[in-house]
Ligand binder design. Structure first.
Ligand code: ADP
Ligand code: MG
Length: 482
């Protein structure tokens, strides 16, 4: 029997709003002393009243619009029963049947569309630290994170391999960072992904029992966990074992998934409308306003680079992989934007030498010592034929290290191309005098001796001689020797 995997993802994204989802305390809980950003609402005290964070709703609308979702004109919050000490109220305020956004999609490079079921808002929980030693056994509770806004993005079970899962995740991260509503970083926990996995016979329409996998703290762990779980389920099936609906955790040390709990049915959550928050009306004017505020999305930029600038798919993909990188490129082509040849040169430079230097130093974009305008000026100097490709790279490296302006570096180090005919003639006369053998070769009809002499000129001038003018001078002098 042949089996295929069916995968649906539930992704939690922390939003970078100033305040919490339902109260005014700061939402910036990272690196704070424990229990310093608390208030009655995020502590779950009886009688505390939640107030919805407008910015969080707008962030969810932005993400929804970017994922081609519909935005609900009416959305509401619900209580989801959840009994664990990291949520003091005994329930989480989430959204059940009327999420903010519904029915969108993410398109993969294969043109396969991964349907988005919904995007909704909820609150994050407090942080528990369990202390287990020989003579003590207790847990510490830090409430700072409690009540910070958490967006959940749920796909339909449309994914079928770890490769597709990774591409979907990377797409989502890219969109979140372009829009700027969060950092979408798995390692720091601002982007958490649970994978629901089942297997079925190839071609069958009937879905198998799903298992939910949690605890993956980096993107490659998601791939490993998904691959492991698919294999495990296929093996179970082949051994005629029943696959049970459960939640399993990815074990980083053992590289296996381990049973955590049998999965609750939806009705265990006992959802009911949150009585303290009235339903939220989102009118079309508000939706339009948010639509207008959206930045250019990576897929739109990529298409622009390919169609308008005539860049390759590959180059366009690299250039749009990171919002900061892409912005740097956009800012660099702006000041001297002449034509596609110029843009293509900058694209190659940024995907090549610029990326090499960036990776070498592993620095962030704010630490780059020069502005896009400086890079643009450097390329303009190259296009004016004042420096060649090799010297441009030398100057770029110097700009990278010191932040000096390209013109200053070129002047101070005297790097301009030598195109002065008199100056070149003097140099070339000297070189020809010192290379009688090349002159004999030329007389004997060996044309390549001209190339040899040009090589000597370039060597002598450290690559600064204008090759075209130099060739002409070499030829002129040699003719007189015939
Ligand atoms: P639950 O009620 O258990 O939360 P949902 O229907 O809300 O389940 O789906 C949760 C996630 O599981 C969604 O991403 C969905 O696409 C995925 N999913 C649902 N059924 C399956 C299945 N049979 N195999 C794989 N993933 C599934
Ligand atoms: Mg669900």
């Amino acid at each position: 029997m042949n089996y295929e995997a069916v995968i649906g993802l539930e992704t939690h994204v922390q939003l970078n709003t100033d305040s919490k989802m339902f109260s005014l305390s700061s939402a910036k809980y990272q690196n704070q002393d424990p229990n310093t950003i608390v208030d009655p609402t995020s502590m779950g005290l009886p009688g505390a009243l939640p107030v919805v964070n407008r910015k969080a709703i707008e962030s969810a609308m932005m993400i929804g619009l970017s994922l081609d979702c519909n935005i609900s004109n009416k959305t509401k919050f619900d209580r989801k029963q959840y009994f664990y000490p990291d949520l003091m109220k005994g329930y989480q305020i989430s959204q059940f049947d009327e999420p903010i956004c519904y029915e969108g999609f993410v398109e993969l490079s294969t043109n396969k569309k991964i349907r988005i079921n919904r995007v909704h808002m909820e609150e994050d929980v407090a942080k528990l630290t369990h202390i287990n030693t020989r003579d003590s056994n207790y847990s510490l509770l830090d409430i700072n994170r409690s009540g910070t806004p958490l967006m959940e993005i749920v796909t339909e079970p449309d994914l079928s391999s770890s490769k597709e899962v990774i591409e979907y995740i990377e797409n989502l991260q890219k969109i979140i960072r372009y829009i700027g509503v969060g950092s979408a970083n798995m390692e720091e926990g601002s982007f958490r992904c649970d994978a629901n996995i089942s297997i079925k016979e190839v071609g069958s329409k009937e879905l198998g029992t799903k298992v939910e996998i949690k605890n993956m703290n980096r993107i490659s762990a998601v791939a490993e966990a998904v691959d492991y779980e698919i294999k495990r389920q296929i093996k179970s099936k082949e051994n005629n074992e029943k696959i049970i609906q459960e939640t399993r955790g990815w074990s980083e040390e053992k590289s296996i998934t381990i049973p955590q709990r049998t999965k609750e049915e939806s009705n265990d959550y006992r959802y009911f409308p949150e009585p303290d928050i009235p339903p939220l009306e989102i009118d079309n004017d508000w939706i339009d306003e948010i639509k207008k505020s959206l930045p250019e999305l990576p897929k739109v930029r990529k298409e622009k680079y390919v169609k308008q600038y005539n860049l390759s798919e590959y180059d366009a993909e690299l250039l749009t992989s990171d919002i900061n990188f892409s912005n740097f490129f956009e800012e660099t082509i702006k000041p001297n934007n002449k034509n596609n040849e110029y843009i293509k040169y900058i694209a190659n430079l940024m995907n090549g030498e610029f990326s090499r230097l960036l990776n070498l130093d592993s620095i962030s974009y704010v630490e780059i010592k020069f502005d896009p305008k400086d890079l643009s000026d450097l390329v303009a100097i190259y296009f004016e034929n004042k420096i060649n490709n090799k010297i441009l790279k030398t100057v770029l490296e110097e700009m990278w290290d010191t932040g000096s302006k390209p013109n200053d570096i070129i002047t101070n180090k005297n790097l301009v191309i030598i195109s002065d005919t008199n100056e070149l003639e003097d140099k070339i006369n000297n070189i020809i005098e010192n290379n009688p053998k090349a002159v004999e070769d030329f007389k004997a009809g060996k044309e390549q001796s001209q190339k040899f002499l040009l090589g000597q000129v370039m060597k002598e001038t450290k690559g600064q001689a204008d090759p075209k003018i130099s060739s002409e001078i070499i030829n002129k002098i040699l003719q007189t020797k015939k």
